[in-house]
Ligand binder design. Sequence first.
Ligand SMILES: C[S@@+](CC[C@H](N)C(=O)[O-])C[C@H]1O[C@@H](n2cnc3c(N)ncnc32)[C@H](O)[C@@H]1O
Length: 338
Amino acid sequence: MVPVPEFRGDGSGEVVATAFDYSALSRALAGTPLAALAGVIPADFAAGVTHGDFPRWQAALAALPSIGVPSVDLKTTVRVGTPQQLSEAERNSLRATLMQLHPWRKGPFDLFGLHIDTEWRSDWKWDRVLPHLTPLAGRRVLDVGCGNGYHCWRMAGEGAELVVGVEPMLLYVMQYWALRQLLPAPPVWVLPATLEQLPETLPGFDTVFSMGVLYHRRSPFEHLDLLKKKLRKGGELVLETLVIDGGPGMTLVPPERYCRMNNVWFLPSCATLQLWLQKAGFSDVRVVDVTPTSTGEQRQTDWMTFESLSHALDARNQSLTVEGHPAPLRATLIARNG
Ligand SMILES: C[S@@+](CC[C@H](N)C(=O)[O-])C[C@H]1O[C@@H](n2cnc3c(N)ncnc32)[C@H](O)[C@@H]1O
């Protein structure tokens, strides 16, 4: 078993917790309609991890500075602390530490004057989605496929009572823990799990987000059904996914890759997606946003040095992918459970 480093996280200067400590979540779930979620909280997170990079990532978390409980803005961006709290040398050291968790895909984050310029301007998606939501204040929220939890932090910034993200990619869960160490006990939790690993029927969330996940699933109806079973009656689903232009019934099934991704199964039209949601038992289905993904929103940066969207578009015709499919167009739909 890899030893889990201890860290200083509350700014008191004392060692206060062990990384990957989900016990406060277990306590928060007790006696709520989400109590069964406790069953998927890892008892000993590190013990089950076999990923070869894990010790290096753990060391990065252990090397994060302990800084007094900082000012935090989760409402207009994700900003922690002020530049004055670190010297230039300390900021460079923080940069080097967080670079151990490269690639940073979802963000941006501002940490003590250090700007993490992520591959995605995830704040742009949030700005498109937020105006259409039933206000999140006081709600229990599930974010399926949350990546490093960027949108989870923004949901907390809107006053959500509890935000649970699920994300199977270990590196992104580590990025979440890195952020969490720098923040004072926020009600945001990212679990190293898939949607399919949650209890199938868990109708305790007021709002469920599935953003950027549906096209990675083989069966759209199975995904929609699992999401529905996590919502209380009357709860709200926020579904964001890749779509194509077209009428009811139209769906693109890329024979091979789409935008250089080999795990994209289908891109429906908005009208098709509306039908799918209705057929899955949702009501009040609305398309609230349709936006092409630009190379300003998804691009290579210092914090994500691999190839990005511009490499996946036809150099002579940016309205097509390199495979000849329509370039990425993303829609957000909102629907009610029952
Ligand atoms: C394209 S990213 C979207 C991240 C974020 N939701 C956003 O909108 O920016 C999709 C994420 O879903 C995760 N994912 C894929 N299949 C999943 C599943 N079955 N359950 C939960 N997450 C999943 C992937 O690991 C990935 O981090």
